[in-house]
Design a protein around this ligand. Structure first.
Ligand code: AMP
Length: 222
């Protein structure tokens, strides 16, 4: 277990949050908390109350109501004792109300750093069109960088598929949600000196290097 490191990654759909969150969670040996992955798991489970409540919002590209998301994250944090051991969180918070709820959940151990992974909209649109994802572990692939064997995940053997909400109409709705609801969080975290913007364009390894530098700078000030 590494030193407690509490990180949040913000960024548009397709900015690389999932890929980078997996790498950072491995580097710091802390769990990754992805609300999108958690919802997708609950939707797959039969008889899941959370899945039943989330499904229609996800299909439309809308945000699941705050009370459902907040409760799910609160339970996960309790389960992990994440305040002591750290985490990399991705896909949450998505609006200021969720950010306030997260601060309350973590009190007295606030987030160390919120990273905005910055990628222009034209680039994310291109990435999303070619994105494929492991339906079991969430690892990302693309039509240009597929898994080695027949669309089964290199890491876990799960089926690698296109996400149901990666269609043109739903993508444009999700990006609109990001601009309206999530982008204001950048200013909100900046105001409390918890934000670092990191350029998310380029090869995944290059972006990981930038992220690690930004995080180490912050941890050195802790
Ligand atoms: P993602 O994989 O992060 O793009 O999330 C997929 C979908 O799950 C989103 O389009 C929302 O419908 C839902 N979702 C994930 N995280 C949240 C959140 N923090 N607040 C509300 N809805 C969420």
């Amino acid at each position: 277990m590494g030193i407690p490191t509490r990180l949040v990654i913000l960024g548009k759909q397709g900015a690389g949050k999932g890929t980078q969150a997996i790498r950072l969670s491995q580097h710091y040996e802390v769990p990754r908390i992805s609300t999108g992955d958690m919802f997708r798991m609950f939707v797959k489970e039969r008889d899941s109350e959370i899945g039943r409540r989330a499904k229609k919002y996800m299909e439309a590209g809308d945000l699941v109501p705050d009370e459902v998301v907040n409760e799910m994250v609160r339970e996960r944090l309790t389960e992990l004792d994440a305040a002591d051991h750290g985490f990399v969180m991705e896909g949450f918070p998505r609006n200021v109300a969720q950010a306030e709820a997260l601060d309350a959940m973590l009190d007295p151990h606030p987030v160390d750093l919120v990273i905005e992974l910055d990628v222009p909209t034209g680039v994310v649109l291109k990435r999303l069109a070619g994105r494929r994802v492991c339906s079991v572990c969430g690892l990302n692939y693309s039509v240009d960088a597929p898994p080695q064997v027949d669309w089964t995940c290199d890491a876990c053997g799960g089926a690698v598929v296109q996400r149901e909400d990666d269609t043109e109409v739903v993508i444009s709705r999700r990006l609109h949600q990001y601009d309206e609801q999530t982008a204001p969080l950048v200013a909100w975290y900046l105001a409390t000196d918890r934000l670092a913007a990191v350029d998310g364009e380029g090869e995944p390894d290059t972006v990981t290097g930038r992220l690690l530098r930004a995080i180490e700078n912050r941890l050195a000030r802790r």
